[in-house]
Design a protein around this ligand. Structure first.
Ligand code: ATP
Length: 235
């Protein structure tokens, strides 16, 4: 469904991605793990056109999107939930969700999707008229995921969904991510420093170091790999 081939990305003369090969199959949950600065976020941002690839190719459902503007990539169905959430702080929960449906005009389906995301996160329904910026960190993450769902993505890219959240909230969010994958058949690509949770949720995982992919396997096999245990799982 989504294929990155020999992707190189630079920030000025910093060579952040040094030839990434990565594949996401329809319906899968994929996790990309790695230390700080490995290039995980850059991989996501290059995929959705925010940071341009200098070399290599990115193909989505047979279409080359390597140099496509980010808004066109969203229209094709690739939607990112950025690190740090970035919801609209002065808009209410309802209005934030409306912004997620910005490119759509199928009113009835939008209404259904409001009901769906509120059923996933009932706390957001209780807060629907509250300004986004006044929500807790966990609620903001829920809102960011919900807002992305309102665009009916085919692939949901999640950048560090656990960042700065209490373990119990993180667990809840990962349970919902799996549920979205199962119920909506949404393909999910997660970038995470919390390797344990990310690999548990994943069908397959990729490990990244210094701008290159160093290992790939099923989530289950990576979790029991001795090198991964030592380097990323603190065991
Ligand atoms: P983290 O888990 O800390 O978010 P990461 O694996 O997502 O790290 P990236 O944020 O992709 O890593 O960063 C990869 C490399 O690119 C790092 O060396 C980083 O310093 C550099 N980098 C990232 N963004 C920029 C930028 N806007 N300008 C210059 N260098 C950048």
């Amino acid at each position: 469904m989504l294929k990155l081939k020999d992707v190189h990305t630079y920030y000025g003369n910093i060579h952040a991605l040094k030839g990434i090969d990565l594949e996401v199959t329809e319906g899968e949950v994929i996790s990309l793990i790695g230390a700080n600065g490995a290039g995980k976020s850059t991989t996501l941002m290059t995929t959705c056109g925010i940071v341009p690839a200098k070399r290599g190719s990115i193909v989505f459902k047979g279409q080359d999107i390597t140099h496509m503007p980010a808004d066109n990539i969203v229209k094709l169905g690739i939607c990112q939930v950025p690190e740090g959430r970035r919801i609209f702080p002065y808009l209410t929960v309802d209005e934030n969700l409306d912004m997620g449906a910005f490119l759509r005009n199928d009113k009835d389906k939008i209404k259904e999707d409001f009901e769906y995301v509120y059923s996933l996160f009932p706390i957001l329904a209780d807060r629907k008229n509250q300004a986004g910026g006044t929500l807790s960190g966990g609620e903001q993450q829920m809102l960011a995921i919900s807002r992305a769902l309102m665009s009916r993505p085919k692939v949901l890219l999640l950048d560090e969904p656990s960042l700065g959240l209490a373990p119990i909230i993180v667990k809840q969010i990962f349970t919902i991510i799996k549920k979205i994958n199962e119920e909506q058949k949404t393909t999910i690509f997660i970038v995470e420093q919390n390797a344990n949770l990310a690999l548990k949720a994943a069908d397959r995982g990729y490990v990244m170091e210094n701008g290159v992919i160093t290992m790939t396997d099923t989530g289950k096999n990576l979790l029991s790999n001795e090198d991964i245990k030592k380097a990323y799982l603190g065991m």
